[in-house]
Design a protein around this ligand. Structure first.
Ligand code: 5GP
Length: 237
């Protein structure tokens, strides 16, 4: 499958059309950004690592009958995906307090949540991706009531599968961000990526951060963290 036009270039990925109108090519870049693009770097091998990690998670979910846009891996840093109409929502699922939840609530980082917390952020660079509740989502007509209920329930299912799989690899799934889309047949599927760029992943026994927070917090060893995750999840596959 050949790339045609570049449809979109984001901070960490590019999206291309193909000769098949229903299929697109997602290319993972080595670039990393944080704090609204204020911090930038190119991290060698990040695109390759993220492609492989995302592929393992998508294949795991598909095997559990959770539909995703993933079709096949095309090269070291490209995958073929189904074309979808993406909901302009970042769906964040949290199992342990960290990041903006700690800032917003005052709860200490590392506090385990009895039940997962699901949050929605509006995908809008202009507004700085604000937190939305279900009434805001209705007001802005970003998703209807049934769609939102389905997105919530799929996000919970995905959390259960990933949390268990990662626990077997000695990794705590602290939190992660998902994006969903609608196919031409009005089916809601998981889109985007699942990588250490979009998840917080901590070593179960030491609490060591293995994800993009190493980049955000200038901790060093960013790619070593991603490599460690890939090594462990490949073993559990
Ligand atoms: P927080 O709201 O605490 O900053 O992020 C919660 C989780 O969602 C983290 O795992 C974080 O990596 C992910 N996340 C939220 N927004 C974004 C985003 O715009 N880009 C990326 N790569 N991850 C995000």
């Amino acid at each position: 499958m050949q790339k045609k036009d570049m449809l979109y270039e984001g901070k960490a990925k590019k999206l291309y059309t193909t000769e098949d109108k229903q299929k697109m090519i997602m290319e993972f870049k080595d670039d990393a950004t944080a704090f609204d693009g204020e911090k930038k770097a190119s991290l060698q091998k990040k695109g390759k690592l993220n492609t492989e990690i995302s592929m393992i998670f998508f294949e795991l979910l598909e095997a559990e009958n959770i539909s995703t846009h993933y079709l096949e891996k095309l090269s070291d840093n490209e995958m073929l995906v189904e074309k979808m109409d993406i909901f302009p929502l970042e769906v964040v699922v949290r199992n342990i307090v960290a990041g903006s939840l700690a800032e917003r609530t005052g709860l200490a980082e590392g506090t385990e949540l009895e039940e997962e917390v699901i949050e929605f952020f509006y995908k809008s660079d202009e507004l700085g991706d604000p937190l939305l509740n279900s009434e805001h989502i209705k007001l802005l007509e970003l998703a209807d009531k049934e769609e939102l209920a389905e997105i919530r329930s799929k996000a919970r299912e995905i959390n259960n599968v990933l949390q268990q799989f990662l626990a077997e690899a000695g990794i705590d799934l602290v939190d992660f961000k998902l994006e969903f889309g609608r196919t031409d047949q009005e089916e809601i599927k998981l889109a985007d990526e699942i990588t250490p760029d979009t998840c917080r992943l901590w070593d179960v026994s030491t609490g060591k951060k293995l994800d993009k927070d190493r980049f955000r917090q200038e901790m060093g060893g960013v790619m070593a963290g991603y490599e460690e995750i890939l090594k462990r999840i490949k073993k559990e596959k």
